[in-house]
Ligand binder design. Sequence first.
Ligand code: SF4
Ligand code: FES
Length: 248
Amino acid sequence: MKLKLKIWRQKNAQDKGKMVDYDLDNVSPDMSFLEMMDVLNQDLMEKGEEPVAFDHDCREGICGMCSMYINGQAHGPDRAITVCQLHMRSFNDGDSIYIEPWRAKAFPVIKDLVVDRSAFDRIQHAGGFISVNTSGNTQDANAIPIEKANADAAFDAATCIGCGACVASCKNSSAMLFVSAKVSQFALLPQGQVEATDRVLNMVKQMDEEGFGNCTNTGACEVECPKGISLENIARMNREYLAASLKG
Ligand code: SF4
Ligand code: FES
């Protein structure tokens, strides 16, 4: 396959940045999208040019690092996968492919396609955990009965990989789907009840302080989420928040 790549290049956070065109030949349909980017970078380095900076780690849909906007869609044209799981067979010979970083005030561009998603870490630090006594008296988790439907829903919420596609695809740059997944995975379990009030209040406060926008129920986040995190989690977080506010 021959491709015309149009890639966002930005030297650093201060640089204005611009789209740059690259022609790439000999792309196999069996390559993953990131392998195609590796081939481009190899070509650029052989020519003495700066390779394109992009985030990646696991390359198997687990770490949530490979954040790219491809042809106007977070993680590219296919549903329920990350960029590292996207293959070049999803494109045609001769295609032009536009590749950009996540665009959101709370995710500033560091370089080229790499954005700073530490805002998500700070939200997690604000309440995305449970405190457990690990002094030798810890209760075996299997000894706590949990209704199957709740266990399944908690597990589904816990599959959020923190990739940020929900923010990038939201017209308001809202982080509600991410935060609601992190709140829900504990709200549905007995282990999460002890700190439930502080958790939701603190995480939502941190989300607002980071500069994410408000949710207007458009639903683009759910469509673009590679892990299928449901909007039901946002409804659950809103109920948790209301109950916590009334208690507080
Ligand atoms: S909710 Fe989905 S899109 Fe948002 S961070 Fe989690 S996995 Fe990514
Ligand atoms: S590189 Fe880990 S999810 Fe894509």
